[in-house]
Design a protein around this ligand. Structure first.
Ligand code: ATP
Length: 292
């Protein structure tokens, strides 16, 4: 019997990101337009007779112990359903780390799905999302996938129709940005400008790419860009080279540009690499399929 399973864990970008306010308990209330993109990590699961969680990964600097979100996901399922078998997970990472693309959260979502399958549990998407929120605010979205409005601390999700077809250029400069630093330094209650998230929802429903690109804004840029001006340089470079618009994703430092032609996106990719603005640069498409 084949006792292995392979799943892809897809990254996301934020087409729009607003922070409505900082709550008294310290959490930030957000309104974000999420979009899954065709850039993924691969997880291979193998059932173990021993009661153990073993993680192997191609990135030597990532934790493979209980600090890895994949470990946390498998542990949560094992504990909740009293499973005494174990799992070995081979995590092959392609999504840039600490980049604003929910890399860890999407691995976590895939690990929940994979562990449930490997242990023969029949969990619904809703059940997996409820488990996921215990491990991270973006995890339920990574189970849901596609185009969605995310509210609350990220756990209130409204699925939207798929965004119109386009090419997305992703560029991650070689700096690390901690999500914690960005939120701690955001003056959430003093923001002068807020993105038109409702307008973007309407544009998505109308299938209007220009309606979306006209409204691309991310309030976290007010913290990350002053600390790392290279983000602005990459945004400008994309716009000077055919992007309809460009924006930082999540808390950064990844920048994405929306293109209506693959050729233009590929050309801009070459220029960004040539200028050495970013090392991890990819041309991808939106991805709107369900989690396997
Ligand atoms: P987000 O968009 O949700 O803010 P991110 O892209 O900023 O996510 P991640 O790539 O998820 O950040 O990683 C942040 C930190 O989490 C890393 O520094 C890493 O040590 C830790 N981590 C734990 N598990 C994983 C995982 N499976 N993949 C990547 N990082 C992980």
């Amino acid at each position: 019997m084949d006792n292995t399973l392979q799943l892809k864990a897809y990254a996301k970008i934020n087409l729009g990101l607003d922070v409505v306010r900082k709550r008294e308990d310290g959490y930030h209330e957000v309104r974000m337009i999420m979009q899954t993109i065709k850039l993924f990590d691969k997880l291979t699961f193998r059932l173990l007779e021993e009661d153990e969680i073993r993680i192997k990964t191609n990135l030597g600097f990532l934790p493979v112990n209980e600090d890895n979100l994949v470990y946390k996901a498998v542990k949560l399922i094992k504990d909740k359903y009293q499973i005494d078998k174990g799992l070995e997970i081979d995590l092959f990472k392609c999504i840039p780390v600490a980049a604003g693309m929910a890399g860890g959260s999407t691995d976590c979502a895939a690990a929940l799905v994979g562990a449930a399958k490997m242990f023969g549990l029949h969990l619904s998407k809703q059940e997996l999302m409820e488990l996921g929120v215990k491990l991270g605010a973006d995890v339920p979205y990574c189970v849901l996938r596609g185009t969605a409005l995310s509210e609350g601390i990220g756990e209130i999700l409204t699925p939207l129709p798929p965004m119109p077809d386009c090419y997305i250029l992703i560029a991650k400069p070689s700096i690390s940005v901690s999500t914690k630093f960005v939120y701690e330094n955001l003056r959430a209650n003093e923001l002068e400008q807020h993105p038109d998230i409702d307008g973007m929802v309407e544009a998505i429903k109308a299938g209007s790419l220009s309606g979306i690109t006209d409204r691309m804004e991310n309030v976290l840029e007010t913290v990350t860009i002053p600390a790392h001006p290279i983000i602005e340089d990459i945004k400008n470079c994309m716009k000077e080279n055919g992007a309809i618009n460009s924006l930082m994703s999540g808390s950064g430092p990844t920048v994405f540009g929306i293109y209506d032609s693959e050729e233009k996106a590929e050309q801009a990719r070459g220029i960004i690499r040539e200028k050495n603005l970013a090392q991890q640069v990819y041309v991808v498409k939106p991805f709107n399929q369900n989690i396997e």
